[in-house]
Write a new protein. Sequence first.
Length: 206
Amino acid sequence: MNKMNADKIARLLLLPLFLLLAACSDTPRLVPLPADGVVLAFGDSLTFGTGAAPEESYPAVLGRLIGGRVINAGIPGEVTAEGLARLPAVLEEQRPALVIICLGGNDFLRRLDDRQTEANLREMVGIARGRGCGVALIGVPRLGLGLEVPGWFKGIARDNGIPYEGKALKRILADSSLKSDLIHPNAAGYRQMAEAMAKMLGTAWR
């Protein structure tokens, strides 16, 4: 085998590795956030912390994990249409550097139209980004066998180039030892949720 053929074979063998590294580099990452930047945890009862003490909610635990200010803007029972209507005023009041959106569960419970739920979440992402905020999205599973997280959650994140966490809630709500009732985590569950969010933030928080 001459040197030219050997080099060609080597390049072909290395191509999958280059493609893998390129794919990894496409993973959405948040830009570094200022040390005094506010994180807004926006959602329903899963954000509010129903089933645990206030200091055990995922936003409270997340704040301690990252050593930053995390505002709990969760309202139990809220559907995405109500969240969409509420978001602009909350952004104006709090002026966050980052918004973590966790909504959709109550839409599923009320059997609302999936297309409208997706559209509401897409608009919320757009509003927050339009205000110059970083945005991260949490995938919410439907209750029932398999705890399916609709694929359009990931699609919203992909289309907007934002970080996405789609496994934590599904894992937590599938484990009875991490739940306070059928639909809410307990303190241990919220801690795992906060740890997943801290991992998602990665090096963005400094």
